[in-house]
Every structure is written in C-alpha cells, then in structure tokens.
Unconditional design. Structure first.
Length: 196
C-alpha cells in the first residue's frame, strides 16, 4: 500500500508541474522537442530521488533547478548539433517580395517580435529572463537555481534586456522591465501614439 501511495504522489507531482517545467525548458533551449526531452530527463531524475524529494518544502523549485542545469549543461552540444543540421546555408538566399504579406505582417503584435528576439539570446540569458519574468522569481531565487551570485543574475538580466532593446529597436519607458517598452519606428515615432 505504501508503494502505491508514493507512486500516486509522484504522479500528482508530475501532473501539476510538467507544464510549467516544459514552458521553462522551452524558454531556455528554444526548441520544443529538446525541452520535452529535458523535462523527461528531469522527471526521471526526480523519480529516482522521489523519497527524498517528496519531503522537501518546495519540490517544484528543485525540479526547476535540475531542468535549468540540464539545459545549460547541454547548450554547447545542442548549438553544435543545430549548426550541423542547419540548412539555411543551402537554401536560396532571396525570397520573392510579397507586398500583401508584408502589409499583413506589419499588423502582428510586438509579442511575436519579442519571442523571435528571445531566441537569439544565449541560453543563460534566456534562462535568467524566463525565471525572472515568466516564472516571476526573485533575483535571489534565480541566483539559487543557477548557482551564481545575485549580481551575476542582475548583470545577465541587464545585458539580455539591452540586447532585446537593440534587436527590437525598443526604447525604455520606465524601469528595467520587459513591460516598460514601447515600439518605435525607424523615424523615432512611437507607434502606439501614432495609432491613437
């Protein structure tokens, strides 16, 4: 009976945390199949240690730490693998210009541009931003998960946000938060004000 109860507890843990782990994994590795593999490996490691993990105060935080460590440890291997499989160098360089498609894409929200820009960041920068702004963790909690100093989290976050501003041509409006930006066109005109 005790073994069945332990198994049920683990299954409840998996059901309640797998979605969040997958989202965090995706935000770090930027590849859904790879994120799914990382979550599976993370849950496998948790299962092996479940008797100890289930008695922890925050088993979800422990799982997130394992996931992020797995993702960051494999980043170099994944980058090399992607470069070997990258077919962009073998495709025609120019696509035909489609004005109607261009007009339709101009109406796409800034969110898709932000998501694309996040994909250009280094895995550790994505990890910091995902943990800080998506998972809404404090700098201290992020530092604990990444096994680094709070100052390192702050500087990595700052560099990542500066890089996003550069990529998206964003102008800070308030504090150093992703929500504090407005999109500016190439002439420096606030597009939100122009729409009004």
């Amino acid at each position: 009976m005790r073994r069945d109860q332990t198994l049920e507890e683990f299954e409840r843990f998996v059901a309640s945390s797998a979605g969040d782990l997958l989202w965090t994994g995706y935000m770090v590795v930027w590849d859904l199949p790879e994120a799914e593999d990382l979550v599976q490996e993370c849950l496998f490691q948790i299962a092996r240690r479940w008797p100890r993990v289930r008695s922890m105060e925050h088993p979800g935080a422990y799982a997130r730490r394992i996931l992020v460590n797995l993702a960051l440890d494999g980043a170099k291997r994944r980058r090399r693998h992607r470069s070997e499989l990258d077919l962009r160098d073998h495709l025609p360089a120019e696509e035909p210009h489609d004005e109607s498609a261009e007009a339709a894409l101009e109406s796409v929200e800034t969110t898709s541009g932000l998501i694309g820009a996040l994909g250009t960041l280094a895995p550790r920068q994505r990890a910091v931003l995902a943990l800080r702004y998506v998972d809404d963790l404090s700098e201290v909690q992020v530092a604990e998960i990444l096994s680094c100093s709070v100052g390192n989290v702050k500087s990595t976050s700052s560099r990542a946000l500066d890089r996003l501003r550069e990529i998206l041509d964003l102008v800070p409006v308030g504090d150093n938060d992703l929500d504090a930006f407005r999109m500016v066109d190439s002439k420096g005109v606030n597009q939100d004000e122009e729409r009004s």
